[in-house]
Write a protein that binds this ligand. Structure first.
Ligand SMILES: CC(C)(COP(=O)(O)OP(=O)(O)OC[C@H]1O[C@@H](n2cnc3c(N)ncnc32)[C@H](O)[C@@H]1OP(=O)(O)O)[C@@H](O)C(=O)NCCC(=O)NCCS
Length: 169
């Protein structure tokens, strides 16, 4: 299996949107239950491209099978923080593609942000294992922060911090 990881571009938007919808409709991993409308997704991606935000896709045999992004928070006091998101279509999970995507996105994100953070559902043990493998640390638990399909679930907060030496201490 040959995996190519590259910055998202306009030609990937429709495939990205379909993939996002598949993962969202699983109800197990993401914060939304279906993809936003295609035109909203297009506007979001084109804005990220224009702003040089970090948004990568993974391609296998030319097909978009996953994404990873680290996007800025919008308040001035959080300008040093990037929020990480990642996902793969079901048939490409458990084959190392997530590890490759996360390595790439963190390599870029850690140059741009002091703190890279995310929240992950407590039952998502594969994602948590992947994040810990690449150096993210658990910071805390938001009890019952998710309610979906009649069930509550905790969210785990995780982050990796690279404070520049001049600011350390
Ligand atoms: C989370 C996700 C990106 C991980 O990518 P992946 O390609 O499936 O993961 P990998 O095959 O690279 O495995 C990464 C690590 O997870 C762990 N792992 C793999 N399969 C696992 C499983 N079934 N259960 C628990 N841990 C598992 C292993 O530690 C593995 O590293 P190793 O093989 O070096 O030991 C992917 O499974 C996915 O898209 N899941 C659905 C969407 C999602 O959860 N997004 C994140 C929301 S916060």
């Amino acid at each position: 299996m040959h995996v190519t990881i590259l910055p998202i571009s306009a030609e990937h938007i429709e495939e990205f949107h379909r993939m996002l919808d598949v993962v969202a409709r699983e109800h197990k991993y993401l914060a939304f239950l279906e993809a936003p409308p295609l035109e909203d997704t297009r506007a979001f991606i084109m804005r990220n491209i224009a702003r040089n935000n970090i948004q990568l896709v993974a391609l296998v045999d030319g097909r978009v099978v996953g994404w990873a992004d680290i996007l800025p928070k919008d308040r001035p006091i959080h300008a040093h923080v990037g929020v990480l998101g990642i996902g793969l279509v079901p048939e490409f999970r458990g084959k190392g593609v997530g590890t490759a995507l996360l390595r790439h996105v963190l390599e870029q994100g850690r140059k741009k942000y002091v703190r890279v953070e995310l929240t992950v559902r407590a039952a998502n043990t594969r994602a948590i294992a992947l994040y810990e493998k690449l150096g993210l640390q658990r910071e805390g638990v938001c009890g019952d922060a998710v309610f979906v399909d009649g069930r509550y679930e905790d969210l785990i907060m995780m982050a990796i911090i690279d404070r520049p030496p001049a600011l350390a201490g």
